[in-house]
Design a protein around this ligand. Structure first.
Ligand code: AMP
Length: 398
């Protein structure tokens, strides 16, 4: 069975075609600048060179049509007929309280996703365009939606409620949802397999630190708590997002700087985090490089980023009353030797003992970076949200 995984954004769309026989990626690619005359489609089929085309692609329906043409391409494609695509799996950021697991797309499911547009205005409408575009191009094909929030629906009320009037929860569903759930679930399962222990006997902290960043406390394979909240703005300091701050900063800066709600929202989401403090970049590679060259603001940005992450780890150890495995994943977590080193060197109180040499190894493999005596095992597990979406789709349609 072949499964096409789609991650549709408002002006971009990423795809991977999986063969579920061996979970291999047959083809993958992305369309960028949808809506423009100079949209870019980059496509790669296993064993063949990558190709790049610039075309007018004004909407998602055209983008999907172009993707299908590529998949069927005589030279660069991997299938001979669209009937070789058996199902499509979509990433959907917000599943609200309605969806605690992946589901097959029906009219009712689409109605529910639309009701959640207010909670994820930048994401859910774009995902819906992807779903509709597949429907238009592939008619009756089975589609599955996999939600970033679903895994975290196991959180107890004490974790997901905010201490504000309950009417806001009852009327408007204001609560913590948490995001990156597909990644937290994937790496927690992989970690249990890696150390050969049942997941339901473990206390884990998963640190998904990429451009967006969140961590989760996972007990018995279920989220006890996670750092992102109603939206992906809460929690850790990120590339361009502030993460946690005193909510009073919002009205205060609005008054002092004469900002509108939209402006303050944009400031916290797009102009805060690493970029705001370093003044250099939202990319940790650039920040680390500048820090190495003696830039003081870059150093401060790194210190704040690391310190805030380590405070969350400490809080989650207390929340779970213990810790068996600490997991690093996503762009920064998988690649930054320095960040992992700085965090782990200051967690010795909890029984974390970093193996400095293992931490230096650069690899795309799952690996342990703690010593064999370390009470807490520290692992680097490359995330694979697309594979998780393909597996979920396969599970539901097979
Ligand atoms: P992601 O969102 O998971 O794709 O992560 C992307 C981010 O990972 C980039 O913006 C970088 O900040 C970070 N990153 C990637 N490679 C490295 C590296 N070698 N060292 C530090 N950070 C990295």
């Amino acid at each position: 069975m072949n499964i096409l995984v789609i991650n549709a954004g408002s002006s971009s769309l990423k795809y991977q075609l999986y063969s579920m026989l061996d979970e291999s990626v047959l083809s993958k690619g992305r369309v960028e600048r949808i809506g423009m005359e100079t949209a870019i489609l980059t496509h790669e089929t296993a064993g063949k060179p990558e190709i790049r085309e610039v075309n007018e692609i004004l909407d998602h329906t055209t983008a999907i049509r172009k993707v299908l043409e590529m998949l069927l391409h005589k030279e660069h494609g991997s299938i001979r007929a669209v009937s070789e695509i058996n199902a499509v799996g979509h990433r959907v950021v917000h599943g609200g309280e309605v969806f605690s697991s992946s589901v097959i797309v029906t009219d009712e499911v689409k109605r529910e996703i639309k009701k959640l547009f207010d909670l994820a205005p930048l994401h859910n409408p774009a995902h819906m365009m992807g779903i509709d575009a597949i429907e238009i191009n592939l008619a009756a094909i089975l589609q599955v939606v996999v939600f970033d929030t679903a895994f975290h629906q196991s959180m107890p009320a004490k974790s997901y409620l905010y201490p504000i009037p309950m009417s806001l929860y009852h009327k408007h569903k204001v609560r913590r949802y948490g995001f990156h759930g597909t990644s937290h679930e994937y790496v927690s399962r992989r970690a249990a397999a890696f150390i050969e222990k049942p997941l339901d006997e473990l206390k884990l902290i998963t640190c998904h630190i990429g451009n967006g960043a969140s961590c989760a406390a996972i007990v018995n394979g279920q989220t006890l708590d996670t750092s992102m909240g109603l939206t992906p703005l809460e929690g850790l300091m990120m590339g361009t997002r502030s993460g946690d701050l005193d909510p009073a900063i919002v009205p205060y800066t609005m008054g002092k700087e004469d900002l509108t709600l939209n402006e303050v929202n944009s400031m916290l989401n797009k102009h805060s985090g690493l970029i705001a403090i370093s003044g250099i970049s939202s990319d940790m590679r650039e920040v680390e490089k500048a820090m190495g060259e003696g830039d003081k603001n870059a150093k401060l940005a790194f210190e704040m980023y690391e310190y805030r992450l380590r405070k969350y780890i400490g809080a989650y150890v207390a929340a779970m009353n213990g810790l068996d495995v600490l997991i690093f994943t996503a762009g920064v977590g998988e690649n930054s030797v320095l960040l992992r080193q700085t965090v782990c060197r200051q967690l010795t109180f909890f029984g974390v003992e970093l193996d400095e040499e293992l931490n230096q190894v650069r690899s795309s493999q799952e690996r342990r970076i703690s010593t064999s005596q370390s009470k807490v095992q520290v692992l680097v597990i490359p995330t694979n949200e697309e594979l998780m979406i393909a597996r979920e789709t396969y599970r539901l349609v097979k």
